[in-house]
Design a binder for this molecule. Structure first.
Ligand code: ADP
Length: 192
């Protein structure tokens, strides 16, 4: 089973992806994690994307599509969870083509619905928790970048909701409950 977790920054995609990894032996493909790894390991690509990410802007389609293309050739296990990808219509089209080339299909697109006030609180809370634990907040977890990330989401990513609805793949869940409630709802739509 291959699925997309779709939703704004702070919707809880990464948390729910991890639960699906543990429970269903699926593989999480988070372009955000891949880009942060590239940045931390100081690769050429990492240097290129660091500033873009810190601002809250989107990295080019070419870069993220390249990252996903590589991963689709690896082990599939219980299927792929696309987390934070696709984020543009061009990425969505590319994903469709890449899956077809690999003999795979997309089973569901799970939209996690969360209102904007909650997103801001969650992300600011996540940054504060990281600092209180003696760590560092993500470079883009600050009010200024968050505003840009939300704007990018509404301009470029939210059209994917209509795109996948029209394809018949969209399933929406309420992302406002507890982690267990949300994972229960996701399981419900995946197993329906
Ligand atoms: P969040 O969902 O909290 O915004 P992510 O970890 O998914 O965080 O992404 C962090 C940043 O990485 C994005 O703001 C963007 O700069 C970059 N990024 C991640 N995935 C993509 C993508 N599919 N296309 C373009 N940029 C991406």
């Amino acid at each position: 089973m291959n699925i997309i977790l779709l939703g704004p920054p702070g919707a809880g995609k990464g948390t729910q992806a991890q639960i699906l990894v543990d429970g269903r032996n699926m593989i999480q493909l988070s372009t955000g994690d891949m880009l942060r790894e590239a940045k931390d390991s100081g690769t050429e690509m990492g240097k290129i994307v660091a500033d873009v990410m810190a601002r809250g802007d989107l990295v080019t389609d070419e870069i993220v599509i390249g990252l996903i293309r590589e991963k689709l050739q690896g082990d599939k296990k219980g299927g792929f969870i696309f987390d934070g990808f696709p984020r543009t219509l061009a990425q969505a089209d590319a994903l469709g083509e890449l899956l077809a080339e690999n003999g795979e299909t997309l089973d569901s697109v799970v939209e996690m619905q969360v209102n904007d006030d909650v997103l801001v609180d969650r992300i600011v809370g996540r940054a504060e928790a990281a600092v209180a634990a003696g760590g560092e907040a993500r470079a883009d977890d600050n009010a200024e970048s968050l505003k840009i990330r939300l704007m990018e989401y509404y301009k470029k990513t939210s059209p994917l909701i209509g795109y996948y609805y029209a394809k018949g793949d969209l399933k929406s869940v309420d992302g406002l409950g507890t982690i267990d409630e949300v994972s229960g709802e996701i399981a419900g739509v995946l197993d329906a």
